[in-house]
Design a binder for this molecule. Sequence first.
Ligand code: C5P
Length: 232
Amino acid sequence: MGKDVIVACDFSSKQAVMEFLDKFTEEKPYVKIGMELFYAEGPSIVREIKARGHKIFLDLKLCDIPNTVKKAMSVLSSLDVDMTNLHASGTIEMMQAALEGLTRPDGTRPLLIAVTQLTSTSEERMREQLLIDRPLDEVVMHYAENARKAGLDGVVCSPLESGKVHGRCSDGFLTVTPGVRFADGDVGDQVRVTTPAKAKELGSDYIVVGRPITAADDPVAAYRRCVSEFVG
Ligand code: C5P
């Protein structure tokens, strides 16, 4: 599986995302479409970006009863996305149902990645609100193992956790990692950040990069810098 840079297109309208993608006349970056853009524009935004030749990670983080997730995944699969995700907290049964729903009649399917614990969930909140007493790190690794047992392709995690996830689950189990910043760039609201080069060294399979590219004066140059640091 080749390493790639996924650009988080966190825009709220079709016009904004298309204006951004129009800047790329040579490359076709892998695009992450999140809830904001998907709920604003609907499935047509996925079809239009796909028709321009981009690969798509549809980041909708599903979590519901297995039957509902299976049916929703079947719809997303027919949109021809390349990668999508769900919450591992929905249980192994839900993740297995998701995989069934995602698998097309010809046996192909998009990659399916699990969110373990959101980075906004602290150990204290987990203990006090969710009544989970184990260390956060242990919970993240356990959820990653559940995702692997269910047959998923990988997890979203910090580049700093990539090595541990690979060790616990397997080298081929994908780590899709946000929290990436250039050494000389703005950290913004991300707390634990690594550079694209460091993410490569730590074994990330995909880096998800938003504002360092979308808010750059020259987004194409910033994207190229990410690719050259991460993919080489
Ligand atoms: O702009 P920035 O590079 O911080 O964007 C990172 C992207 O990755 C955003 O779309 C954000 O929602 C997403 N993400 C994250 N941390 C997670 C999961 C997803 O930053 N744990």
